[in-house]
Ligand binder design. Structure first.
Ligand code: PRT
Length: 225
């Protein structure tokens, strides 16, 4: 059991989830000032600290018990959990609450002219992706072999420059795929943001804060529906 008394929450510092996360916390009554450059922001009216980091660092911080809670996309979470299982690192967490923002899907997309005839037509191809573990799991579940190359951005350009046959990337409206001459052929994972919690036992003080916070989060989510 940890002995600290302030609940520590990890959130994305800047990006697609940061505004929604900040607004959720504010609507739960937390007074936080995240306009400065500090990575650890104190909440002034509750014993809560907000750690502002890259999305991809959030699962590990919660799985290692450095942060008590985290708000992160299921895509990032699942990829990190698979990666950590592979490395025999701690990969457990509690999914405390799904959140109704950050919705997207992880999809395989191919050039428009590709003759897609089902999953088997992807066998032996190479994909650019930020999500190799989710791609490998999809391939294994479907009995196909795929190769991949890691890209952390501009994934959609890979087929055009000859780096890969297709891509495995996040899609929300589909307009980026269309603008790059790609078509979505398989959805392999559906995602929203989630509130996750460490499996480590919280100190009684932290548990009390969480017991106050959780119904507020669920109330805000319900009001948004
Ligand atoms: O930078 P950091 O390490 O913090 O993380 P990140 O690179 O994942 O950050 P960011 O801000 O791009 O995404 C944060 C999270 O937002 C993702 O992990 C998802 O859970 C969620 N999300 C929701 C998305 C999208 N929708 C999304 N559309 N993340 C990325 N995209 C990108 C996608 O990669 C593609 O380039 O948007 C483009 C496609 O969008 P459409 O609308 O044209 O289909």
């Amino acid at each position: 059991m940890t002995t600290e008394t302030r609940l520590r929450i990890a959130m994305q510092k800047s990006g697609r989830l940061s505004d929604d996360t900040q607004s959720l916390l504010k609507r739960c009554g937390l007074k936080l000032n995240v306009t400065d450059r500090r990575l650890l922001a104190h909440v002034s009216n509750m014993p809560v600290d907000i750690m502002r980091v890259r999305s991809s660092d959030i699962p590990g911080l919660v799985m290692d018990g450095v942060c008590d809670l985290g708000i992160v996309g299921d895509n990032t979470l699942e990829e990190a959990a698979l990666e950590r299982q592979l490395m025999s690192s701690k990969a457990e967490y509690i999914k405390t609450s799904p959140l109704n923002f950050g919705g997207c899907r992880l999809s395989i997309a191919m050039p428009e002219e590709f003759d897609y005839r089902g999953v088997d037509s992807l066998n032996g191809l190479r994909f650019a992706t930020t999500y190799p573990q989710l791609l490998k799991r999809f391939a294994a579940e479907n009995g196909i072999n795929v190769d991949f190359c890691m890209l952390n951005g501009s994934v959609e350009v890979a087929p055009r420059v000859g780096l890969a046959d297709g891509i495995c990337d996040l899609v929300s409206t589909g307009s980026t795929l269309e603008a790059n001459g790609l078509k979505e052929v398989e959805i392999i994972f559906r995602s929203t943001a989630s509130l996750i919690q460490t499996v480590e036992q919280l100190s009684p003080e932290k548990q009390t804060i969480l017991d106050t916070l959780l119904p507020r989060i669920q109330g805000v989510m319900k009001a948004k529906e």
